[in-house]
Design a protein around this ligand. Sequence first.
Ligand SMILES: Nc1ncnc2c1ncn2[C@@H]1O[C@H](COP(=O)(O)OP(=O)(O)OP(=O)(O)O)[C@@H](O)[C@H]1O
Ligand SMILES: [Mg+2]
Length: 418
Amino acid sequence: MSTSLMWTEKYRPQTVGEIIGNDEAKKSFISWLKTWKPGVKAALLYGPPGVGKTTLVQAAAKTFSYDLIEMNASDTRTAEKIMRVAGHAASEDSLLTHFSGSRGTLILLDEVDGIYGREDQGGIGAILRLIRESKVPIVLVANDISDVRLRDLKNECLLIPFHHVRPPLLLALLKELCRREGLEAEDEALKILVNRCEGDVRSAINDLQSIAERTKHIKVEDVERLLPRDKQITVQEALKKIFLADPPSEARKALAEVNIDFELLHQAIHDNLPYQYKDPEDLASAYDALSRADLYFGRIKRTKDWGFLSYALEQMTVGVAASRKKSYYPVGYRFPPSKLILLSKSKAERELKDKICSLIAEKCHVSRRRATMDFLPFLKAIFSSNLEEAKKIASWLNLTDEMVDYLSSGKVSKAKKR
Ligand SMILES: Nc1ncnc2c1ncn2[C@@H]1O[C@H](COP(=O)(O)OP(=O)(O)OP(=O)(O)O)[C@@H](O)[C@H]1O
Ligand SMILES: [Mg+2]
């Protein structure tokens, strides 16, 4: 097993020609690369995630025979590190390249916008020095370059903007992937998929793959079942949605849109309830619903039967909303909730998630950020739908039982018990 399990890796364009969209950016990058000589500016590719920035640099290096040195600017915290790894190649007019058939070295400093922050003082200065002294071309990549701290850097670079990839191109790509993977897909379904990804190719491919885990005949419903992307709402917004849902059944939707541990959300609803429902009867009946949810959570813990989860969730959302007989205005919701115990639990969860992403990063040679964005959602999809595959991945990545539980939301340990 390898990273080719991920379609974003399996189908990562190997040549510049395979990269869809952003023709202007591709053109200016290639012409910059072809004409680069010492003294010429570095290139700074920037734009939204998942549109092919990193891929373009990698594909161009391959197409034009450069040895690519990739570094994650935001992971490499200090100035010295950047100089040590990239500075060496940058100052060396490598003898080797004359024999290897390579045109020389190309340095890629990815995720440059993550470099500043307290610990990173000097990080940008080091890159500036590197750019000025370099004997080999340097490419910087970032999402957002609006921060003032990048001003000096921008002055030293040829700025190459990337944009969202247009829907028809994305649709054609998804159709091609379906063909290669032997999937049948309704046109309408793919169109919805394309729309929801808003020009982010990586998201589109990830979504397609996670649907394909479940079915080989993709219909509109399959796409609609996916969680809304980029539509994540804050806990405060979720609370408002739940408390003031009209009709009450709408309250359920908040669950899909908020990214928070369900028990923590339960606690937050509990804590905010008295500020929101002022009428004693509304309040009493909402607390009843919450305590029923609590019972179900307890039962899940004792029996490890996750079948109770939907009851718990129904009570704490629709149950609460249906208790409301008077009408209320939204209030200032308080979050995080009062119980520190629960908070430390969510911190433990975050740490667990970080550890998983480090393992992925190491094994798949990607940055932790990449692991979090590209791999984690997808692993979660596999772990909750395909236990066989999950087992293989778990042993390949050396995941602990706890990590497996996290990824599968408890499903794997439940299956083991059977
Ligand atoms: N324009 C594209 N054409 C074909 N595939 C693409 C394109 N853009 C992205 N992909 C797919 O998405 C994956 C991620 O792309 P890439 O790493 O180049 O994104 P990025 O623009 O660098 O995003 P980020 O800003 O998050 O680093 C690739 O492996 C590839 O499978
Ligand atoms: Mg990138």
